[in-house]
Design a protein around this ligand. Sequence first.
Ligand code: SAH
Ligand code: SF4
Length: 462
Amino acid sequence: MELSGSVWMRRVGMLSARRSLLHLAATQFHSSSTNFLASPPLSFPFLTKFLGPSSRCISFSTHSSAAPLPSTLHQDDLFTSPVGDDEKKAESPKKGSKVILKGLTYPEVEKWVQSHGYRPGQALMLWKRLYGNNVWASCYEELEGLNKDFKKMLGEHADFKALSLKDIHTASDGTRKILFTLEDGLIIETVVIPCERGRTTVCVSSQVGCAMNCQFCYTGRMGLQRNLSTAEIVEQAVLARRLLSSEVGSITNVVFMGMGEPLHNFENVLKASEIMVDEQGLHFSPRKVTVSTSGLVPQLKRFLRESNCALAVSLNATTDEVRNWIMPINRKYKLGLLLETLREELCARQNYKVLFEYVMLAGVNDSTEDAKRLIDLVQGIPCKINLISFNPHCGSRFKPTKEDKMIQFRNVLAEAGCIVFLRWSRGDDQMAACGQLGKPGEIHAPLLRVPAQFQAALGASI
Ligand code: SAH
Ligand code: SF4
């Protein structure tokens, strides 16, 4: 169904009122670029009534809630809204009077433990029980070997749990989709992808839904409901290990390729990745923690400067015309700017390659001309390219490029010296593959107008 931009914004505005109203409160209408933001100011009592009691559940979200988050990005909203420009520092995560342990980095845990009169050595023992030694403690009763008083204090003042397991679906290729319920009842999905070469990857979500409205992505159909807190992100990796290590072997890689745009939730994602690579804890190698972005340029720049984890960029098109349509974020950050930023930021870095993801859409971005343009676009950028087969989902207007055409496309790139891989779908019979996560409600983000020259290519797939 195609909705006009204004109708969509009104309807999504009601559905995701919790986030959007906090956004309004925080930004004081400093952007009037969307119809929703252009409505008259709302009084605080109205906000309180709308937010309801669960708004205090995760007080960490004072940081993330205040971040300016439009419900979705769409045709009429030409990205004058401040997408993810949240420069605030993360606050100490709390639930009621309890501190949420998995939202803290090790130095923060140490400080907090000391503030309760215990030694740093005890903080380390706690940290190891949360994240190391195959314990993955999810309540204070599981903290074997800790001093009794310390355990009692933790029982009184610390919260161990950010997620509840709802379900696990296993696809025919062994991929697992784990569904978690959040404190406020929302549901997120985490995917565990075993691989024959002994490398098992957990694909974590960073938001409930996504504001970016990429036209080929199922998660994008949901719009954005809210950011995940640091603890909610970290715990996906912890619980994936706890629940599935015995079945799938050790989980060695993390990709932020689940629900959401990670750099739209910058602070919480950065902090979560810091916790994941801590050598005394989960100890993922920074090279094996990959944050994937649709191309939020300022945040991408910050990420490259502040994190030692890996970066993936979803390119998916070789012209602004196509990218403006299939990835509306391109209207704010054009291909040229995105690639020039990567060129500048990476030229001085040793042994670092950005990963470009390129989802192949039949008749849209898979011609030989596209392959040639792609070679030119990535010139001078140390990179690898993954060509990803499109995973269909209900309501999608695209169809996947045929296998032989993907191979041909790959060959053109390889002959020009690019490092390029083909990535076939994993877990798609359980809707666990890239771009298939989430559950759009009855209201979907708007489908954008198809440029005239692609109508035939899509027509056949409707
Ligand atoms: N928001 C981030 C990360 C989550 S999406 C991003 O866009 O990079 C992870 C990857 O899935 C992206 O490369 C995206 O282009 C790809 N993707 C989205 N929908 C897809 C689909 N239906 N089939 C295949 N890949 C898809
Ligand atoms: Fe969001 Fe990534 Fe999906 Fe685009 S592809 S809608 S950025 S999750």
